[in-house]
Design a protein around this ligand. Sequence first.
Ligand code: UD1
Ligand code: UDP
Length: 392
Amino acid sequence: MKLVTIIGARPQIIKAAALSRAIRNHYANQIQEVIVHTGQHYDDNMSQVFFDELQIPRPAYNLHVGSASHGVQTTRMTEGIEALLIKEQPDYIVLYGDTNSTLAGAIAAAKIHVPIVHIEAGLRSFNKSMPEEINRIVCDHCSTLLFTPTKAGLENLKREGFSIDEGGPSTLRQAQDSGTAKPTIDNPKVYHCGDIMYDNSLYFADIAEEKTDIIKRLALSDQPYILATIHRDSNTDHPERLSAIFRSIIKLSEECQVVLPLHPRTAKLLKTNLDENLQKQIFSCQNIKLIPPVSFLEMIALERHAQLIMTDSGGVQKEAYFFKKPGIILRPETEWVEIVETGNAILADSDEMRIMQAWQHFKDNPPTVFPEIFGDGHAAEFMLEKILQVKQ
Ligand code: UD1
Ligand code: UDP
């Protein structure tokens, strides 16, 4: 069987590590994977570092699309992916998550009838002003095999009309088979399978401790610190929202160190969207460590040792939960509703007061119970099993 896997943005490169590892370890004789990098992310620390560190096979192709407006970026990718699908003739295209690379893969494949496997299907923010919400809805509705990481994802797909076998228990790993006919775009199959990012976090956690010295390098060994990331356009592109988040970071830094690996989008927009005074305060504050994007092993080491994680990232929200850390979510809503429902994360949006209240809440009530809602760390093997099975 041949799979063409599309990656492009940082989190997709990281997710691909889990699937490629499972192919290498268990299915090397049955599955050939051709990796296509769209080039959506291209800085070494947003792309190459992950190939070097996580043993991801080199992409067979790189479309080098780079940064551009949504329309231009997606169109360039779609054109490139279509040509490669025609050349490679895969059994399936594998798409991750909800970026423009996902959308381009979905459009290109669906129109020339290459069946789509969507990993991280069913997630919804119910906020269509997010580019990712449009991308994930389109991709889900063009897919043949949908692998959803959470029960909330499964429920969303049901609500949108996906046929799911109500007869079987909807426990994790239960195949939700809509009949016995071979799956197609018109008769898709939905599986609730656990989270592929959890596979990676479990697999790399101890390796990270061994192989990175970032905690020592940043002199954090005996220091409580907050780890923060910000990159959503809804925060970075709005001066008032970005300023409110940074004002709260300054307040937090009076009590605790704040470590902030800066996404290139944020690094650029800090300089235009914050006033000079705020910039001066941030850049001169001893307790705020603004650093370039870090590698995945460095990131999970930072997550594991943090007191609390504050983020607008989808992946980092979940990793906070995986490593049993309280999370402050810098968004008005989340697709990962379970982590909020269990009380381990608080939605604070970009509201200074809500951010400070959430910090106080978690200082007074550090969470201790993190139910298993993301599977058992073997989502990748489960997916590959199903992909092979339905093909027979
Ligand atoms: C993209 C995804 C988002 C995902 C994020 C992960 C879309 C619509 N958005 O957002 O869902 O959460 O990736 O990180 O697909 N840039 C660089 N170097 C790079 C990459 C980007 O400098 O290697 C800068 C450029 O100025 C670019 C900006 O970052 O214009 C935004 O990059 P882009 O890929 O368009 O969106 P992200 O914000 O990264
Ligand atoms: N990440 C990383 N280095 C960083 C910041 C994040 O390796 O400096 C990892 C993080 O651990 C997670 C993924 O990147 O696995 C999340 O990507 P991002 O926040 O860019 O996108 P999102 O998940 O919001 O789509």
